[in-house]
Design a protein around this ligand. Structure first.
Ligand code: GAP
Length: 445
């Protein structure tokens, strides 16, 4: 219930917590860092993995109508000609005539440089595709692109996946993977970067049913964030105006989260119509239509696409979970993650490092780690260890103390209420499951 009154915080505090506790580090830090590129540390990698696993579970494992795939980052360059990215995937760029800083035209307020007040030169379109060369010769014939979205691999593999999975329309293909965009103005920590991870699903349906499916996937997306702990009042669904629709879309809406600096997009749900399948049919010469054997008719499926960013979602989960309790020296920083999103679910903490407690604590740890993502920590005072676990959002701490040697029981401490209960080791797993279910229920956005 404490979830409802989270204090929230500034981006600077989140960035410093992220570094201090091993969530996120700047890339190549010892060389001065690489601008807007980030590395996930031991705690952050678990957080992002949990976000991706939760999405995969809801999208693929729990459904009969969606299958997964994992394509290469590099694709035939004609893919990007057909998709429209080579010609049209650009942002308007302006350069200051005085300091030569470059900005995205639609992200500067007014018509002078925000850094030095100089005038801008004329706007030009800047293509966001990152290029590299395949093979030993660096010329135009060897140019390939780092994919700017994972989606295209699901369109070009539509026939392969449909025939091998024997799925009938409507069905979807889901994928999680890296994408790259040469953003003009990346920023806000991991929110806008040049290398990032996407979680995308292309849902192929019969033309005429697409509006209904668009509505369905918009609702699904909002519910997904809420059911994994993001507070409903921090989320909104914003439908695109006609002039901001991507070139392939008939209708799009963004799920937005209220970050410390304002509202930002986590996911776009688009009705991509038959744009992509038709474009690839035309460019490749391969017919990507579908024969519906019940209706005895052939058509090019329409596609509804929920496209979510894994890094942005992880950042939203981090920002949303942040809470401060008390004041001054008594202040407690606690991340109130949903138990399925928390980097670690349980920490086993022997009260002292003495050899007398270690074998029992290790035995408890070995049992729990089979079921839950569990940390073992026997460094520093118990108070400091609780504080550390609160700051990485571990829902439950299991303390092994000297009484454990007599009564074979341990203490479970609840992150949110700080209540402690004594439980026999033989009942520990089921007690943890029950407590985590209660915390899941408390976390419903
Ligand atoms: N296939 C459609 C597509 O890529 P998008 O709205 O451009 O749509 C989907 O991207 C999601 O990918 C975004 O909502 C965002 O979460 C994430 N994303 C896009 N560009 C990003 C960037 N530069 N840095 C981090 N995440 C990004």
């Amino acid at each position: 219930m404490a979830k409802r009154t989270l204090s929230g915080t500034s981006l600077d505090t989140l960035v410093s917590l992220a570094k201090r506790r091993g969530f996120v580090f700047q890339s190549s830090e010892i060389y001065g860092g690489l601008s807007s590129i980030w590395d996930y540390g031991p705690v952050g990698v678990e957080l992002k993995r949990n976000v991706k696993d939760a999405w995969w579970k809801s999208m693929v494992r729990e459904r009969d109508d969606i299958v997964g795939m994992d394509a290469s980052i590099l694709m035939h360059p004609d893919v990007w000609v057909a998709s429209g990215h080579l010609d049209g995937f650009s942002d308007p760029l302006v350069e200051c005539n005085e300091c030569h800083r470059r900005y995205r035209e639609d992200q500067v307020e007014g018509d002078v440089c925000p850094t030095c007040g100089g005038d801008f030169g004329p706007a030009r379109q800047f293509n966001l595709l990152l290029k590299t060369f395949l093979g030993p010769v660096e010329d135009d014939t060897a140019t390939v692109y780092l994919r700017p979205e994972t989606a295209q691999a699901m369109f070009v593999n539509f026939e392969n996946v449909q025939t091998t999975s024997r799925k009938k329309i409507p069905f979807g293909i889901a994928q999680i993977g890296k994408s790259f965009r040469n953003e003009i103005t990346p920023g806000n920590f991991t929110f806008r970067t040049r290398e990032f991870e996407q979680m995308e699903m292309e849902y192929f349906c019969e033309p005429g049913t697409d509006d209904e499916w668009h509505e369905y996937w918009m609702n699904f997306s909002m519910d997904w964030f809420k059911s994994h702990g993001i507070r409903g009042e921090k989320l909104m669904l914003r439908k695109h105006d006609a002039d901001e629709l991507p070139h392939y879309s008939k209708a799009s809406a963004d799920v937005e989260y209220e970050f410390p600096w304002g509202w930002g997009e986590l996911e776009t749900i688009s009705n991509r119509t038959d744009y992509d399948l038709k474009a690839h049919t035309e460019k490749s010469g391969r017919d990507l239509s579908y024969f519906d054997d019940q209706q005895k008719k052939r058509f090019v499926p329409f596609v509804v696409e929920p496209a979510m960013g894994a890094d942005r979602s992880a950042l939203a989960f981090l920002a949303d979970a942040y809470d401060e309790e008390g004041e001054g020296k008594e202040m407690r920083v606690v991340l109130r993650f949903h138990p399925d999103i928390a980097p670690f679910q349980v920490a086993v903490l022997p009260l002292s490092k003495k050899d007398t407690l270690s074998p029992t604590a290790r035995r408890v740890y070995d049992v729990l780690r089979q079921q839950f993502n569990t940390q073992y920590d026997d460094t520093q005072s118990i108070g400091r260890r609780y504080r550390r676990q609160d700051e990485i959002g571990t829902p439950l701490c299991v303390t092994v103390d000297f009484d454990t040697l007599d009564d074979d029981s341990v203490t479970i401490r609840n992150r949110d209420t700080m209540e402690q209960v004594r439980v026999p080791i033989e009942n520990l797993e089921s007690a943890i499951r029950d407590l985590m279910n209660e915390m899941r229920a408390d976390c419903q956005g």
